[in-house]
Design a protein around this ligand. Structure first.
Ligand SMILES: [Zn+2]
Length: 290
């Protein structure tokens, strides 16, 4: 089986041909995400037309919540252009088009061919602009009634300190995401030019202030991990996103396991940094064709 698999995000669109076992048959090709709905549609159409005759289906892993029939986007597409959520993906190809939320695709890739292989209860938290959450319970992808299970838009503070993109104050997302570390850096240094990359550079030079900013962010990530460990009793929690690379995993795993009342969890960095959406989307698409 050959699947043309896309990963569509706010900054880039990547695609590759993938087989039913999740193996990349071609190197992923990347484009900057076009600035309008129409331009995205015509880019996808052009790529699909080039491959239409050799493929069995199209998989689309995308930012945004996706309906439980895996056909259309139902909400919250982040920084994608206006109208993107209304694209009729099936109309882009004569073959079946399977649409899936990118966090759900990513956790499926980890479960089938990544760091969560052999474990039936898995949570993947991707710390990026927001926090992408994918949850597998008893070998099933948890979707919820509208495909939006696992959103981290609930407050973890009560003092209206930081506004979240969703409009509420102090959601876990604005303290745990990659963006949160940026905000922490600006706050700590009272300098709007500071970013998470300055903090990481500081860590490498053993700078005490950078270390304290990073550790404060890490403690909020730990809070998030504890929440998911407590609610879902998973075998493993994986953390993804570029800032997740710098987390002290053995220490956080120890802290979390000392705090939770369930049996211990494993905590690891996710295996796939860039191709998780492409691989997981193709695997889920292949399964839906069976
Ligand atoms: Zn929020």
């Amino acid at each position: 089986m050959k699947i043309l698999s896309f990963d569509i995000g706010g900054t880039k669109i990547a695609f590759a041909l993938v087989d039913e076992a999740g193996k990349l048959l071609t190197q992923p090709v990347k484009y900057s995400t076009p600035a309008s709905k129409e331009a995205i549609e015509s880019l996808l159409k052009k790529i699909i037309a080039q491959h239409e005759n050799e493929i069995d289906a199209v998989a689309i892993s995308t930012a945004g919540t996706v309906d439980i029939c895996n056909q259309k986007i139902t909400g919250s597409v982040g920084n994608l252009p206006e109208g993107y959520g209304k694209i009729d993906f099936q109309a882009l190809s004569k073959k079946k088009v399977f649409v899936v939320n990118d966090a759900n695709a990513a956790v499926w890739a980890e479960y089938k061919v990544g760091h969560a292989q052999g474990m039936d209860n898995v949570v993947l938290l991707t710390l990026g602009t927001g926090v992408g959450v994918g949850i597998i319970i008893d070998g099933h992808l948890l979707k919820g009634k509208s495909g939006a299970a696992g959103e981290v838009h609930f407050p973890v503070r009560q003092d209206n300190h930081r506004r979240c993109g969703c409009g509420n104050y102090d959601c876990l997302e604005v303290y745990m995401s990659g963006t949160a570390l940026n905000l922490d850096a600006k706050e700590a240094y009272k300098d709007d030019n500071m970013t998470s990359h300055d903090i990481i550079a500081g860590l490498k030079e053993n700078d005490a202030k950078a270390l304290s900013v990073f550790e404060r962010w890490e403690s909020m990530v730990e809070t998030g991990v504890r929440i998911f460990a407590s609610i879902f009793d998973p075998d493993i929690i994986l953390l993804g996103g570029s800032m997740a690379h710098f987390i002290n995993y053995p220490m956080m795993e120890k802290h979390v396991n000392e705090a939770i009342v369930t049996s211990p969890i494993k905590l690891k960095e996710a295996e796939f940094e860039n191709n998780a959406g492409i691989i997981g989307g193709a695997l889920l698409c292949a399964e839906s064709l069976k």
